[in-house]
Unconditional design. Structure first.
Length: 197
């Protein structure tokens, strides 16, 4: 099995963001996708989702829309994403999450969280690594109780590197229904080569 060697001298910072007034994870309705913007975009049904336009979400379980997508418009129970329309009727089991799929080895550079009002219910903001190697390798990377906080910034003191195809998943129950603004800054690490053992 090969060991990957990474060149720390070449790094790219990528920022993904989400603004939401409900839980970060939602379930897509058992209904059809709808064409938007002349077929250049797609409207997806999610009842009272709470997402705001300009956010990034990660869709799981869809035949045609899985992956990282940008929300371009919202209504109370639909979101429009930047993805060409392909006819699909969702089963009601597909999900949307705030997540980042690692295209190369990477690490978290910074996390910023802002809440409209400090929550009183004890909900933790959690980042989990959904490991490409399987669930046996899944780990909680970060957890913070947000009770009483309106702003929080986390800059890891030590480097924690994630592998290609790992997915970093952020969860927050948001029981008090605060509006969140989240920025997750990811530092990509360029691959130098592979050493065979």
């Amino acid at each position: 099995m090969g060991t990957q060697v990474w060149d720390d001298g070449i790094r790219i910072i990528e920022t993904i963001n989400l603004s939401c007034a409900k839980a970060l994870s939602q379930t897509i309705n058992n209904a059809a996708a709808v064409t938007a913007d002349g077929g250049l975009q797609t409207t997806i049904p999610i009842t009272t989702h709470g997402y705001l336009a300009g956010s990034n979400i990660y869709i799981t379980g869809s035949t045609n829309y899985s992956g990282l997508k940008r929300i371009t418009a919202v209504a109370t129970s639909t979101i429009t994403i930047q993805a060409p329309f392909v006819a699909e009727t969702f089963a009601g089991t597909e999900t949307t999450r705030f997540a980042y799929p690692c295209p190369v080895a990477c690490e978290i550079a910074e996390l910023r969280i802002h809440l409209s009002t400090a929550p009183t219910t004890a909900n933790d903001f959690v980042i989990t690594c959904d490991a490409a190697r399987g669930s046996a390798y899944d780990t909680v990377v970060f957890s913070k109780a947000m009770t009483g906080l309106t702003d929080y910034i986390w800059v890891p003191e030590d480097e924690v590197t994630f592998n290609i195809d790992d997915i970093l998943v952020c969860t927050y129950t948001n029981t008090d229904v605060r509006t969140l603004g989240i920025e997750l800054k990811i530092r990509r690490i360029a691959k130098l080569g592979v050493v065979r053992s």
